[in-house]
Design a binder for this molecule. Structure first.
Ligand SMILES: Nc1ncnc2c1ncn2[C@@H]1O[C@H](COP(=O)(O)OP(=O)(O)OP(=O)(O)O)[C@@H](O)[C@H]1O
Ligand SMILES: [Mg+2]
Length: 241
């Protein structure tokens, strides 16, 4: 089923169309890799899909609704309820422990689900950051911070994850842990993940690879092999804010 559609989107900086009348569709429950050299417009495209950045031309539809026709508050609520973000530069809160960083999106909910502590601990174990939970980001390695950011992005049970270079600081084993997590969440919760990346391992595990060049999108390759993901406990309560 189609979840998101980008239609005739252009983004022009100076004389350069970073996105030049781009149209593409994202299906529910898929892992989508967006590749392209530095400056090709990957982060710009993610910003537009999230509704944070309005394109100069064109529309973004979420389940057939044009998200840029909504009032700002409605778009913000939509973002909080349906999306999790992994930013290119993590954006962790420096004065909070890793645990509190991961808990943060949940703490915005009206009511924290019971069992959240166990869930964070299970996620941390899966991602190999158990020892990091009590520490602040400044004392963590780049790769550990990145995995804390990923845990924070998935903790609120979003239906879409937007990840900007989520494995830039990770070794092979840690990258594999993230792929396992994303594949598990895709299978168990129908999570859709859109990843801007240069990482070959991630691209290989994506269901579809869109490539950005000179403002245009092409489909590079389809259908990944499917390594088994580990089990992650389902969460009953999800979205309210
Ligand atoms: N607000 C802005 N004003 C002017 N130019 C911008 C603005 N935002 C982005 N750009 C330019 O648009 C281009 C695309 O930027 P973007 O951050 O989307 O690239 P990217 O593909 O994510 O690159 P990277 O792989 O380095 O993260 C770049 O050349 C950038 O300098
Ligand atoms: Mg970028």
């Amino acid at each position: 089923m189609e979840l998101l559609r980008v239609k005739d989107v252009s983004m022009i900086y100076g004389h350069r169309a970073v996105l030049d009348n781009v149209s593409l569709s994202f299906e529910e429950g898929k892992i989508i890799a967006i590749t392209g050299r530095s400056g090709a417009g990957k982060s710009t495209l993610l910003g537009i899909i999230s509704g944070l950045q309005k394109p100069h031309k064109g529309s973004v539809y979420h389940k057939d609704k044009d998200i840029f026709k909504w009032m700002d508050f409605k778009r913000a609520r939509f973002r909080n309820r349906t999306m999790g973000f992994v930013f290119q530069f993590f954006n962790l809160f420096p004065d909070m422990t890793a645990y509190d960083n991961i808990l943060y999106p949940v703490s915005l909910n009206r009511k924290a689900p019971s069992g959240i502590k166990k869930e964070i601990e299970a996620l941390a174990e899966l991602l190999g950051i158990t020892e990091a939970l009590k520490r602040n980001p400044a004392t963590l390695s780049g790769g550990e911070r990145q995995r804390v950011a990923i845990a924070r992005a998935v903790i609120n049970n979003p239906s879409i994850i937007l990840a900007d270079e989520p494995t830039g600081n990770l070794d092979e084993a840690a990258t594999k842990g993230i792929i396992d997590l994303l594949i598990t969440l895709k299978k168990e919760r129908g999570l859709t993940t859109i990843i801007a990346t240069h990482d070959e391992t991630l691209v290989k595990n994506a269901d579809i690879n869109y490539h950005l060049e000179d403002g245009k999108i092409t489909v590079l390759e389809r259908a990944a092999k499917k390594p088994a993901g580990k089990a992650v406990k389902k969460k009953p309560n999800s979205s309210a804010m």
